[in-house]
Ligand binder design. Sequence first.
Ligand SMILES: Cc1cc2nc3c(=O)[nH]c(=O)nc-3n(C[C@H](O)[C@H](O)[C@H](O)COP(=O)(O)O)c2cc1C
Length: 215
Amino acid sequence: MSTDLFKAAGARRSIRAFTSEPVTVEQVESILEAGRRAPSAVNLQPTRVIVATTPQDLEVVRSAAYGVGACVTAPCVLVCMADLESDKRIGERVAELNECGALEPMNTKALVSGAGTPFELKIGREVALMNCAISVAHMDLQATHLGLGTCWVHHADFEQLADHYDLPHQIEIMTLLAIGHAAESPVPRPRIESIEWKKTVQRSRKQDGESTSSR
Ligand SMILES: Cc1cc2nc3c(=O)[nH]c(=O)nc-3n(C[C@H](O)[C@H](O)[C@H](O)COP(=O)(O)O)c2cc1C
């Protein structure tokens, strides 16, 4: 992890109170660009964003977020959505992955791999939402890197928002990301000690000059 990224990941806190200072267009563009660069399964890039910064838009978002929490004072809220039909472009994307050697030559129509085995591409709603979450994580860290505070807001009436923006059926709201200048500085929230499920002996064996394989 680069030092900047590590710093941002360590400094990030969920911020639920913001000053009235606006987020600039340049900052929003840089945040969206970080989201655009995120990896996605089969490079389907399903993430779509509505940037709410006008008083009217922010009022709609606040109301959908039940008038509580980060959306109450945030000067900018990203409505982060997944296009569940982004897999319509799968032919194009698979060809691209074939070209760079990710999949090995395969018959994309029959979905048979180069090794002749049946092959199932993992696509669909869950994968689109997962891809969207990765983009949002990128945007979150970029906003933090720019010195801004953020908060994911999943606790909101997305149906109300979808109606307001007249979203087509294939566009699903995944989360809101409230962004602004922090008016609070919370202490780090507790984390579990480790996310490692099964301890490997890699490090100690390396130190002993033994094999690096895990137990
Ligand atoms: C997917 C997701 C949904 C969340 N939804 C909400 C929410 O609806 N309202 C809220 O105030 N915080 C929400 N949060 C923020 C979490 O409560 C917060 O990340 C967690 O308590 C850890 O605190 P920290 O972000 O300051 O480290 C959400 C975070 C994530 C990742």
